[in-house]
Ligand binder design. Structure first.
Ligand SMILES: [Cu+2]
Length: 313
């Protein structure tokens, strides 16, 4: 049984073990009966077959026993499921945004993070928001999995972690080419540690030391946001155009149906990130990339630009 760390673990595991136990009981029981029958009723030992007909006892037995077994499965499934569907009124609200192929998490104070940070022993109410296609929010250690459907409002799930630590979040709905890269983490912390993280204003606009490697910081933003799933760094085209050797070049784009030449400069990069469908790079499809407005700040875009410049060297 994989490690469990939420209040749902017991309910889900009970149902799982109950069903698994019954399955094993019958697997072994039926196999043994078959083997015994093959031996006892083979042609040498039992040359003439007996017809068994109209045995009320037998029919009642194989109706009533399975009835109670499946009702038992229903019972364990139901009591495990009900708490998942009845979130408490009080809790920390987080919005999980899914896009091809990354997650991010927005807190009520505006804080955005690529990992889900939560305090232990506290109800977390997660609003599930898919920006492009179907995704699914799956935390095996918490035994929760809920589809994220584009356009569906009011779609939420909740959990209460019972152990500090770091657990994997998967997207469990095949959502395109780089679906397998769509992984994140939930970090369960002691409450005071969490609130320090939550309220830390420095962490929202991190100060950049003078001697920092800006291109490297830019690269981290690009990696953290999953841009690399669509934009290569080696000159090849994936879903979108490569980042390599582009900055400062003149490229051809389609703007409002008209082809035009444009310089790949700061203004172009900012617009491409906030309003990706405004200019479409020739040879690529609109609607693939979704705006990062409100998710990537202008200061972060400056760092991304430093990174793009460094790819020309
Ligand atoms: Cu996905």
């Amino acid at each position: 049984m994989i490690l469990g760390a939420s209040t749902f673990v017991e309910g889900v595991d009970n149902a799982f073990i109950f069903i698994l136990g019954i399955s094993f009981f019958f697997l072994i029981g039926i196999t043994l009966t078959m083997i015994i029958f093959i031996y006892r009723y083979n042609q040498k030992k039992n040359p003439k077959a007996t017809q068994v007909k109209d045995s009320v006892t037998l029919e009642l037995t194989w109706t009533i026993i399975p009835l109670f077994l499946v009702l038992g499965m229903f019972y364990y499934g139901y009591v495990g499921w009900i708490p998942m569907k009845t979130p408490p009124d009080e809790g920390i609200e987080v919005t999980a945004n899914a896009r091809m192929w990354s997650f991010n998490f927005r807190y009520e104070n505006g804080r955005v993070s690529d990992k889900l940070y939560v305090p232990v022993d506290t109800a977390i109410l997660v609003n599930l928001n898919a920006l492009d296609v179907l995704h699914s929010f799956y935390i095996p250690a918490f035994r929760i999995k809920e589809d994220m459907v584009p356009g569906l409002t009011g779609n939420r799930t909740w959990f209460e972690a019972t152990k500090t630590g770091t657990y994997t979040i998967f997207c469990s709905e095949y959502c395109g080419l780089q679906h397998s890269y769509m992984i994140s983490e939930v970090v369960v912390m002691e409450p005071d540690e969490f609130w320090a993280w939550y309220e830390d204003p420095d962490a929202m606009t991190p100060e950049i030391p003078d001697d920092a490697n800006l291109a490297l910081l830019g690269r981290q933003i690009v990696e953290r946001n999953g841009c690399i799933a669509c934009h290569s760094l080696d000159g090849s085209s994936i879903v979108g155009p490569t980042f390599a050797g582009k900055y400062g070049e003149t490229i051809t784009v389609i703007t409002g149906g008209q082809e035009r030449e444009i310089v790949y400069d700061e203004e172009y990069v900012v617009r491409s990130i906030y309003d990706p469908d405004y200019d479409i790079s020739v040879g690529f499809r609109p609607g693939q990339m979704i705006s990062y407005e409100g998710e990537i700040s202008e200061a972060e875009i400056d760092l991304i630009i430093e990174f793009l410049k460094s790819l020309n060297e």
